[in-house]
Design a protein around this ligand. Sequence first.
Ligand SMILES: Cc1cc2nc3c(=O)[nH]c(=O)nc-3n(C[C@H](O)[C@H](O)[C@H](O)COP(=O)(O)O)c2cc1C
Ligand code: SF4
Ligand code: SF4
Length: 274
Amino acid sequence: MKIKKITAVYFSATGNTKKVVEALARQLKDNLELPLDIADITLPGAREKGRTFDADDLVVFGTPVYAGRVPNKLLPDLKKMFSGGGAAVIPVVTFGNRSFDDALMELKLLLEAAGFVPVGAAAVPARHAFTDQLAGDRPDIGDFQILSALADAVEVVLKFRKGEGKALRVEGHNPVGPYYVPKGEDGQPAKFLKAVPKTDRKKCDRCMLCAAHCPMGSIDLKNPAVISGVCIKCQACIRDCPQHAKSFDDPAFLSHVAMLEANYTQPAQIKTFV
Ligand SMILES: Cc1cc2nc3c(=O)[nH]c(=O)nc-3n(C[C@H](O)[C@H](O)[C@H](O)COP(=O)(O)O)c2cc1C
Ligand code: SF4
Ligand code: SF4
């Protein structure tokens, strides 16, 4: 079946996945001379309606890596929202320079189960949401060149594929392994599941941008210092606050960030698969 439309789908709390998925989708749009739709599913409202594709669609589908996997709070929505209908898909994960572990495999399997057909894939190092000291300058020009080469390779795959073709192989375990357990500076598990961002009331001018940007809809609309729902530590509220009024002060979280900064600054490799 000939592809007639490209769609970029992404969850992207701090903007890395958006940047990568849109760049790859735009390159494919130029190569194939096709229209491009953008489906940003970061905010809760955007995850309320389902999306159906079919065999003349090509979808670039991205999520960040959280604890070595697809963000677990996103899984129920991802599982029920999408119907692939034989659409070609490029699963993409961005990761903060530590490791993407089994996240790309998990995303590929999830999309296959929803009826998509993977034709390429990528795992891209990108600024760690927790600290600019890990991959602070990624994705860089070299990463975008590799993504451009992936777009060229996918174009060839689409041109010559017959029927289902051969299954795409990506890095990772199948079945996928356990979630990565964050460690502190002492090498012991750092337990910060219940941590939430704190708000400096002297700096906060109640602009409510943080509440508007929280992917879980968990910041109280009347009082931005109150976290009324689940917090996935995505850092959107911290990075997007114009007054720099928000931060995490949980000791276990800070110890994990210090451990990452001490051990994972060596640039990780971008990986692509066709
Ligand atoms: C809760 C959380 C867990 C993360 N876990 C990992 C991880 O296991 N490995 C890694 O390399 N980066 C990890 N990161 C970094 C993100 O994968 C990376 O910053 C990603 O590009 C963020 O995407 P976004 O900007 O689209 O939200 C984590 C970030 C968050 C917020
Ligand atoms: S974005 Fe910052 S300044 Fe605006 S309401 Fe939230 S904490 Fe306050
Ligand atoms: S409150 Fe938690 S989930 Fe919401 S934006 Fe802030 S870090 Fe992300």
